[in-house]
Write a protein that binds this ligand. Structure first.
Ligand code: CTP
Length: 205
């Protein structure tokens, strides 16, 4: 049995107490991976951003809101993990300051100052040792070349490439690229099928 750490969903980066920056990630992919890993008999920790779905039965569930919180929860679970599958759509930027209360519409224009969030997966890549790391890449343009660059620069074992239309979708076209040069193309596949494929790949390692 392998200890699998899965991240899922978006993060929320609060501007004030009622507004936030986020994205349309539904968490479907990550929850499907967690379910597939449980079905295959693995121990699963699921770190999830805010999504409208129940925690899959059998997982250790950690709910987070922001990228900074996700990083903390992931690093907590990382030392015990054999494998990390990072499906979360982590917001790359957060407001430099969170205003307490609610920003009033005093002026005609409002400029938000954003700062970079930590790249969680890149940090895991630097500390991976014997662990397996699987990342996701959402690419609009020359996807494969960018995904391969991420595979290399983040020290991943696999990267799952899909297009922005995958966000929230039921079925997607995905290409799973391996460190060893392997390439698996899945057309119009359900997220459950892609999840089972990912789990079977990590089992082969
Ligand atoms: N990721 C992360 N921490 C971040 C951003 C992304 O761990 N702050 C992870 C995601 O979970 C995903 C992978 O990194 O597995 C995506 O890589 P990234 O380079 O962030 O992709 P994009 O957001 O598409 O990056 P870019 O805008 O540079 O194309």
């Amino acid at each position: 049995m392998t200890k699998v750490l899965v991240t899922a969903g978006p993060t929320r980066e609060y501007i004030d107490d009622v507004r936030f920056i986020s994205n349309a990630s539904s968490g479907r992919m990550g929850y499907a991976v967690a379910e597939a890993a449980i079905e295959a008999g693995h121990e699963v920790v699921l770190v999830s951003g805010p999504v409208e779905r129940p925690a899959p039965a059998g997982v250790t569930f950690v709910r987070v809101t922001s990228a900074v919180e996700m990083r903390k929860a992931v690093l907590n679970a990382f030392s015990a993990a054999d494998c990390v599958i990072m499906t979360a759509a982590v917001a790359d930027f957060r407001p430099a300051h969170r205003t307490s209360g609610k920003i009033k519409k005093a002026d005609a224009k409002l400029t938000l100052d954003l700062v970079r969030n930590p790249d969680i997966l890149a940090e895991l890549g630097r500390r991976k040792e014997r662990r397996l790391l699987v990342g996701f890449a959402l690419e609009a343009g020359d996807g494969e070349r960018n995904a391969l660059e991420k595979l290399e620069s983040k020290h991943l074992d696999y990267i799952v490439l899909n297009s922005p239309s995958a966000i929230g979708a039921e079925t997607v076209d995905a290409t799973i690229l391996g460190r060893d040069g392997s390439r698996i193309e899945m057309k119009n596949a359900s997220k459950a099928r892609i999840a089972r494929k990912i789990v079977s790949l990590i089992e082969q390692e």
